[in-house]
Design a protein around this ligand. Structure first.
Ligand code: PGA
Length: 230
């Protein structure tokens, strides 16, 4: 079983969300666990129509409730039907100065609420060129991973939204490296699309994909789900 998670980021409207989910549902297959991660206000809408797929959020706070303007409680996410929550995406690590320590706190809050966190890790272009990719990722895994059930997503920052991907050998090597540190499912993310999903999904150590841009396109996302076929 491969995990296919669509991270919509800050995209979508009620209308487009409904059309996208309804367009993707016929492509669901037993080999794929499909997760839709829409923006917070669309969780309820998507939650009512996603028969056979799962709902995930894109972030959560590390406390269950409190005076945290603009943040969202993992308890509420659970109540709205989420099974998964992405934490530590590089866009949050960079854009909201989130440290690995904070990411771990969020992941632990998610676990204690009954959510499965998808903890993102990944090196920058500069770090890869300096030969530091494995060390950077190892540190992020060690510092961000919660106790309990979780998933890791290896997302090299330079591959996100750029159309660039590491070589298949580099992806396989990094997944092997990560699995030696944490024996959990590891997804690959960064410019996954219909044309490269199959070869990535069939690499050893790749348990699924976290898809950004291509998850907003019905045909692309359906083809990615179909790529889980033998
Ligand atoms: P992308 O984004 O597929 O658009 O590269 C992946 C992600 O950020 O999760």
């Amino acid at each position: 079983m491969k995990i296919i998670a669509g991270n919509w980021k800050m995209h979508g409207t009620r209308e487009s969300a409904r059309a996208l989910v309804q367009g993707v549902l016929p492509a669901l297959r037993p080999e794929a666990e499909v997760i839709f991660c829409p923006p917070f206000p669309l969780l309820a809408e998507v939650g009512t129509i996603l028969k056979g797929a799962h709902l995930g959020a894109q972030d959560c706070h590390f406390e269950r409730e409190g005076a945290h303007t603009g943040d969202v409680s993992p308890v509420l996410l659970r109540e709205f039907g989420c099974r998964y929550v992405i934490v530590g995406h590089s866009e949050r690590r960079a854009g909201h100065s989130e440290s690995s320590e904070l990411v771990r706190q969020k992941a632990e809050a998610a676990v204690s609420t009954g959510l499965i966190p998808i903890v993102c890790v990944g090196e920058s272009r500069q770090q890869r060129e300096a030969g530091q990719a494995e060390a950077v990722v190892a540190e992020q895994v060690q510092e961000s991973a919660p106790k309990g059930e979780f998933i890791l997503a290896y997302e090299p920052i330079w591959a996100i939204g750029t159309g660039l991907t590491p070589t298949l050998a580099d992806i396989a090597a990094m997944h092997r490296h990560i699995k030696a540190l944490a024996d959990v499912p590891v997804l690959y993310g960064g410019s996954v699309k219909a044309s490269n999903a199959k070869e990535i999904l069939h690499l050893p150590g790749v348990d699924g994909v976290l898809v950004g841009g291509a998850s907003l396109n019905k045909e692309e996302f359906c083809k990615i789900i179909e790529s889980t076929k033998g």
